[in-house]
Design a binder for this molecule. Sequence first.
Ligand code: PA5
Length: 446
Amino acid sequence: MALSLNNKFLEAYVSEQEINNISKNVYDAFNTLNSRTGEGSNFLGWIDLPVKYDREEFSRIKKAAEEIQRSCDIFVVIGIGGSYLGARAAIEFIKSPVYNNLPNKKTPDIYFAGNSISPSALSDLLKICEGKDICINVVSKSGTTTEPAVAFRVFRALLENKYGKEGAKERIFATTDKEKGTLKKFSDDNGYETFVVPDDVGGRFSVLTAVGLLPIAVAGIDIDKIMKGAQDARIDYSLPDISKNDCLKYAAIRNILLNKGKNVEILASYEPAAQMLCEWWKQLFGESEGKDNKGIYPSSVIFSTDLHSLGQFIQDGSRIMFETVLDIKKANDELLIPNDPLNIDKLNFLAGKDLDFVNHTAMLGTLFAHSDGNVPNIVLELGDRSEYSFGYLIYFFELACAVSGYILGVNPFNQPGVESYKKNMFALLGKEGYEELKNELESRMK
Ligand code: PA5
């Protein structure tokens, strides 16, 4: 298997007996999911997505990616939340966090827009785009989300000014709802090529649809291999047997720890390329579980970087958290530490050692230290940063999240809380229909 759960640093906190005790709840949750009888059951398209996807669209994604690679220097992906995090996570994890700066790269630079309301973020990107050939992919299931809609207005105007309406339409790709949404209609009316966010796949579960796959393919990543990883994970995690199914075991352990007052889960990786993967994971678990006053707060760290900032708190602060350590067994690169005849830092005992060996030793040392500091540690061992491993890991987390949510007793597939800020923002901005709320908020500000 591409991934395995190591519970060596958990034994003092979660016993086999406790795992056995919760197993009935886990199987019930797993069964509810697979029989599609739980809350949110109309959003389960992701379960079979690795095998049941639109082959014709998959080929079109590859073709469009080649066209985009041929025709632009910069590819701008416009989307927020589930409509951008997965693609960005994949590109950074599989390629590099400095993908845009890699030498001899034959694929376009890729930037992400429409994921904030910051004028500076958008202005900086517009400056970067000056004098460059650009293609854009607007990704929005609803088509009406404020952040990407504003960025799309700006980039559409830029493209139409630069290439004319006809030229622009060859450079605008829309990923949206199949038929209902306003963006679909607008795209069809304007002749943009469109891709589908399936009705039964929610944003945070959509990385293996065109939402993630088009930008990922533009980066020159083999999307067949990603799908193969997810396909194998789907088979490997199909057995309702906690002793053989690490995905169910992870869901079980999280809930046992929550019941012991561990309200915060920190996803820790020793690989900076996993930073955006952590962001994707935070959205997945945060939006899926954090509701009805329940849930584990998902947080993340990149070590050893954050050992010099949050490390103190994790070692020694209030005991509210557990860690899930993503241990990537094989680094993409080998880098040997040079000898220094002056040995000014007294580190010559490391000369000739691979930096990844030191990184893994730091991990082991930290696991011992955090365990001694009463932080339970789940270790997820992943083979490498390949396309295959990425697809496998994505499926592992999606399935674990859904099962975990059902164990917790929430609907893992809705996100009612996301609407609250939007309503207030629209009211304060003076949108029609929100007058009453505007008055109420303004009186609360006095
Ligand atoms: O997971 C989700 O559903 C959300 O994060 C959405 O992806 C996000 O709000 C963007 O929505 P949309 O794709 O409709 O613009």
